[in-house]
Design a protein around this ligand. Structure first.
Ligand code: UDX
Length: 436
């Protein structure tokens, strides 16, 4: 099938590539010509394991092409995906101006039937607004359908997620649109659920908010573990074995970040309130998430007594491992707070440093994990990269001025760290969790 994708950001680029991989003829367009120049020259603007190889393979096979205009996209694809950004406004509501602009441009080029799919994460009822906008600006009688097909891929495992989705949600309201969407997603037929458009939109916000809620819940439990002497990793294991609860997303830490959870929870609270419901529960999820960072900083302060003038090595800047994405990363806020408190911060991240340099002034960026801890009074671990798990902790200890490790991601075993001679604090693991 011929499919077009508007917007070559994270979701758009992965979506277009995966459709090509599934055997479709995909065209990805972006209004930012420099992005397209780079993609055509074989440069991939994001770090995502496996994506560059898949793009190269499918371009070579002639199944994936890039373009610059919505006109091209509308001419090419029977199904046209909108994958443009919906960044948060100060109110927490998403900025839908790019969706609006794209809808009007789509309308101008609507000469034969097209299925217009919203894949960008949008509040419930946006599909209806897109339909009205297109109908308003298109020629009378122009034929189209709007479909909601939310994306659930995770950064760092986007290719795997997209090639092996738990479910494909298609919110459509005409047989014609449903048939085309089912053909497009034929390999995932047994995992596709058909819904109305509003329900599909809500599935996305509700799913991400529920996962954020799971994280905040286990972080709250971690705090109880610290106060009572229990171990949150054991509690989470015991809870997760209940198939109704599930083991995923029960890792306590310094809170969730990234381009999705913080923004989507904000947006869900905002749309709920505009519809007349105060989603208190999600406000509390947000509050607990903020609180985790503050508790982590307090643990560092408690060990160092005075932070000013101390060297603090920070391992991890990205919001999670296997990505260079630092958006809403707890690590960035933590580095900034330590810097503001007068510490000499030396941060290292396997992939995220370049992006972090753009937003973090006044800290050092080390070339290696070892360089970051050289002469350090404390090591603060913010992201659980494999490289850190595998680090030779005897060497780390020898390099530090004092072997204090504050682990925000529970990478190591507290007993082993103590045996090695570290002062070790982690999250929610009895005495090793505190003091907070
Ligand atoms: C998320 C959703 O998982 C995905 O379905 C959606 O399409 C986009 O948003 P992503 O933001 O890429 O994906 O990352 P995810 O792996 O979900 O992690 C989000 C944050 O939660 C990270 O900061 C991570 O460190 C944190 N997290 C995750 C925890 O603190 N504990 C956990 O148990 C799981």
């Amino acid at each position: 099938m011929k499919v077009s994708v508007i917007g070559t950001g994270y979701v758009g680029l992965v979506t277009g590539t995966i459709f090509a991989e599934l055997g479709h003829d995909a065209l990805c367009i972006d209004s930012d010509g420099r992005k397209i120049d780079a993609l055509e020259a074989g440069r991939i603007p994001i770090y995502e394991p496996g994506l560059d190889a898949l793009i190269a393979l499918n371009r070579k096979a002639g199944k994936l092409r890039f373009g610059r205009s919505i006109g091209e996209a509308m001419k090419h694809g029977q199904v046209v995906f909108i994958c443009v950004g919906t960044p948060p406004l100060p109110s927490g509501a998403p900025d839908l101006s790019a969706i609006d602009a794209v809808s009007r441009e789509i309308a101008k080029h609507l000469t034969e039937y097209r299925v217009i799919v919203e894949k960008s994460t949008v509040p419930v009822q946006t599909g209806e607004k897109v339909r009205v906008a297109i109908a308003k600006y298109a020629k009378a009688g122009a034929e189209f359908d709007v479909v909601s097909n939310p994306e659930f891929l995770r950064e760092g495992s986007a290719v795997q997620d997209a090639l092996n989705p738990d479910r494909v949600v298609v919110g459509a309201e005409s047989d014609r649109a449903r048939a085309l969407m089912l053909e497009l997603y034929e390999p995932f037929r047994n995992r596709t659920i058909l819904t109305d458009i509003k329900s599909a939109e809500l599935i996305k916000h509700a799913s991400n908010s529920f996962l954020a809620l799971k994280i905040s819940f286990i972080n709250a439990v971690a705090n109880i573990c610290e106060l009572s002497g229990a171990d949150v990793t054991q509690v989470a294991r015991g809870m997760g074995l209940d198939s109704r609860i599930g083991a995923a997303f029960l890792n306590a830490g310094i809170g969730y970040g990234g381009s999705c959870f913080p923004k989507d929870v904000d947006a869900f609270v905002d749309i709920s309130s505009r519809l007349g419901y105060d989603f208190h529960l999600l406000r509390e999820v947000q509050r607990i998430n903020q609180d985790q960072r503050d508790r982590f900083l307090k643990k560092i302060e408690a060990e160092l007594w005075v932070v000013r003038g101390k060297k603090i090595g920070v391992w991890g800047l990205s919001f999670k491992p296997n990505t260079d994405d630092i958006r809403e990363s707890p690590a960035i806020r933590i580095c900034a707070a330590l810097r503001d408190a007068g510490a000499r911060v030396s941060a290292y991240d396997p992939k995220g440093a370049e992006r972090a340099k753009e937003v973090l002034a006044g800290i050092e960026f080390a070339d290696s994990a070892m360089a970051a801890v050289e002469g350090a009074d404390c090591l603060a671990v913010c992201t659980e990269w494999d490289e850190f798990r595998k680090a030779d902790m005897d060497k780390v200890k020898a390099a530090m001025a004092h072997p204090t490790v504050i682990d925000g991601r529970n990478i190591w075993d507290p007993a082993e760290m103590e045996k090695k001679g570290f002062t070790y604090r982690s999250v929610g693991r009895g005495a090793a969790g505190g003091p907070a």
